[in-house]
Design a protein around this ligand. Sequence first.
Ligand code: DAH
Length: 346
Amino acid sequence: MISERVQELLTEIENSTVSTKEQLEAFRMRYISRKGVVTELFDQLKTIPQEDRRAVGQELNTLKNAAQDRFQLFSTQLEEQSDNGAASQVDLTLPAVPNQYGSIHPLTIVRRRIIEIFERMGFNVSDGPEIETDWYNFSALNFPDNHPAREMQDTFFVEKSAGEVKDDVLLRTHTSNVQIRLMEHKKPPLRSIMPGRVFRNEAISARAHCVFHQVEGLYVDKNVSFKDLKDTLYHFAKEMFGQDSKIRLRPSYFPFTEPSAEIDVTCFICKGKGCNVCKYSGWVEIAGSGMVDPQVLANCGIDPEEYTGFAFGMGIERITMLRYGIKDLRLFTENDVRFLRQFEGA
Ligand code: DAH
């Protein structure tokens, strides 16, 4: 009885076909699931005489394996079919969905360009802390105790504990702190530029921000002269703003340099004729600079009798605004994509 039924089912399984997921599930229900026909036959095994059981059991196992093999085959066939189906639905003539690429921030573009120009002249890049002590930000740089830059309106001081201001820990107001750290830790010759963030307690407007970026430059060696400073910054101006640029030096004052000079470059918008960027003067200011004050060298353990040096500092925002004709500092931090997209590929 059972043997005949097994033969019948084997033929049935062999002849069956499946072309949809639903048919595959029906196949599984009929031959493989615990409520299926094969399980039912296994249940009947106990009703047949002991001596026949072994042989019939083997037949049932053959049936069970046949059902499982067939099921396996059908599932793989169906999977392959649906993969091919998906592929055939791709319309290669449709326009592609464009990738959204980000663009490099203008301040990054300009910072990288400044670094590149100075690296080619043999400067390396140094870094220093943004949270600084009074010594590195002011005292070592020769700021007298009563210098107005130390006062609360310019400097952010760091709280020691809630409400208790510790006036010798502060957010650096310029990158000149890195000069001191460098000279303290390394012996001349030193030729380095130091880009970084600086902080000043100023109300945010189109022309001022409480966080901005500077690049500091320092060259200390035997026989470094004011002419080296002039030549270096002249070369920088030509590389940055165009080969026909000229520079001019105006006497100035910084506590850490003597003599000091403000560096102007010919306005590259109007080529010196006069426009609203250069306020009709033909010149725009790009950096502060000077010969490192002997006292500053001595503060860092460098013998001012043996070594001389020059230093300069420039604002990255300022150079970027000049280069791209940007009129409002706040655009740099607002993250408005309409602004940022304009620098794609720059
Ligand atoms: N630290 C100055 C500032 O923040 C900029 C500066 C001027 C840096 C002259 C220098 C320098 O190294 O020599 O305004």
